[in-house]
Design a protein around this ligand. Structure first.
Ligand SMILES: *Cc1c(COP(=O)(O)O)cnc(C)c1O
Length: 427
């Protein structure tokens, strides 16, 4: 599929049925797979032959969907995970261990920030958070001799900052480590980070990729471009024998294209087991089949809502990287010329209470912790996800008490604006 355009890959990538085979990807709802001899199965355990033996490690349905996302991102290998959280944990933990260090953008998703700042620190991995707007000098100064990766989000959730992927890739490569980019909000329809020098892409497929609020899931795509052996001393997990696999050295046996994902499957999925269910992978694939049709509508609605709010007398600010005049407009034009995403955030001249009144009167937009869904959903973080924080703590998290996150779905934009208008009239 790799010569086809992204729209075609969304529809047909990952699975090409043979004569008389099912047109839609089969759901292989089986925990296990049968073999004629113990020797046949032994070869799989030794990674001497490829094949399925237990769904905790790999499942054919999952692999077809991972192959589609891999193709869409222009990667070399990919795997599905049970959630976006699992994808980001695996992507980092596959190369950073106790005693190592990672440089990450400070505006990343709150769940990822907690994972890094609290949970992975308990595992002995240290993180330095840098502003996505930092200068090259500031970025370079964040590296340490034990730094193993750089991490950022194409469009950050919910800060809506845009990552200068080339700047971050250049610094990562100058220090001999890969750049990992969470591409959840842009999706490969709007941005393919690998084309800009990123080495590993992650996704919460729960968002636009699934698109229908049906299944939580994640994905990791490896570009196959990072040369682990050229920096062998930094990545012993990939460049020295794995005792739990009879002394296999992943980078030698599977090459640049296979090493990262094979290790991630053979070690991390084996030991942590955050596999996506084949049923959910099937639903994810249904979402992917229309992703390229939905994304332009999300962006069109997002831009129209941002423009409407920008000119409204009761609104104090609007953040939307696709809106001319936004701080990230130029970077968005460079990396996402066809559109960014459907999420807009804004604040009220009347402060927190105006935001609360507004939320109470919305009719079509639903109050949810979810984003990036076909149905418009919205959240007032200060009274929901961040309600335990006082105003100072909110400010430190980059959230004002009046901020509302509004995730435009694919409904008729006239109805969305009418809903905003009637709710704003009550403020
Ligand atoms: C939602 C989200 C995640 C976490 O994904 P889950 O599927 O909810 O585990 C990670 N990164 C970004 C950018 C997200 O929006």
């Amino acid at each position: 599929m790799s010569d086809y355009k992204i729209n075609t890959k969304c529809v047909q990538g990952g699975y090409t049925p043979g004569n008389g085979e099912p047109r839609q990807i089969p759901i292989i709802q089986s925990t296990t797979f049968k073999y004629a001899t113990s020797e046949d199965m032994g070869k799989l355990f030794d990674l001497e032959a490829s094949g399925y033996f237990y769904t905790r490690l790999q499942n054919p349905t999952n692999d077809m969907v991972a192959a589609k996302i891999c193709d869409m991102e222009g990667g070399a290998a990919a795997m599905l995970t049970s959630s976006g959280q699992a994808a980001n944990f695996y992507a980092v933990f596959n190369i950073a261990n106790c005693g190592d260090h990672v440089v990450a953008s400070s505006t990343i998703y709150g769940g990822t920030y907690n994972l890094f700042h609290v949970t992975m620190r308990k595992m002995g991995i240290d993180f330095t958070f840098v502003s996505p707007d930092c200068t090259e000098e500031e970025l370079n100064a964040a590296f340490k001799p034990n730094t193993k990766a750089v991490f950022g989000e194409t469009i950050a959730n919910p800060a809506l900052t845009v990552l200068d992927i080339e700047k971050f890739a250049k610094a990562a490569h100058a220090h001999g480590v890969p750049l990992i980019v969470d591409n959840t909000f842009a999706t490969p329809v709007n941005c393919r980070p690998i084309e800009w020098g990123c080495d590993i892409v992650t996704h919460s497929t729960t968002k636009y990729m699934d698109g229908h609020g049906a299944g939580v899931g994640g994905c990791i795509v490896d570009s196959g471009k990072f040369d682990w052996l050229a920096h062998a001393d930094k990545f012993p997990g990939l460049t020295t024998p794995d005792d739990s696999y009879h002394g296999i050295t992943y980078a030698e046996k599977f090459g640049l294209a296979g090493a990262f994902i094979t290790k991630c499957t053979a070690q991390l999925m084996r030991d942590f087991g955050s596999i996506q269910s084949p049923q959910n992978a099937f639903l994810l694939n249904l979402g992917l089949e229309s992703l390229h049709v939905r994304m332009p509508r999300h962006c069109e609605n997002g831009l129209a809502v941002a423009k409407y709010l920008k000119s409204h007398p009761k609104i104090s600010f609007v953040t939307y990287p696709g809106l001319e005049g936004d701080r990230y407009y130029d970077l968005a034009q460079k990396y996402m010329p066809n559109g960014t995403c459907g999420v807009v955030s804004f604040g009220f001249k009347g402060g927190r209470s105006a935001a609360e009144t507004f939320m109470k009167h919305l009719k079509l937009a639903a109050i949810e912790t979810h984003v990036a869904d076909a149905r418009t959903c919205t959240l007032h973080p200060a009274s929901a996800t961040h309600r335990q924080m006082n105003d100072e703590e909110l400010a430190a998290a980059g959230i004002t008490p009046d901020l509302v996150r509004f995730s435009c779905g694919i409904e008729d934009v006239a109805d969305l604006i009418a809903d905003l208008e009637q709710a704003l009239a009550q403020v």
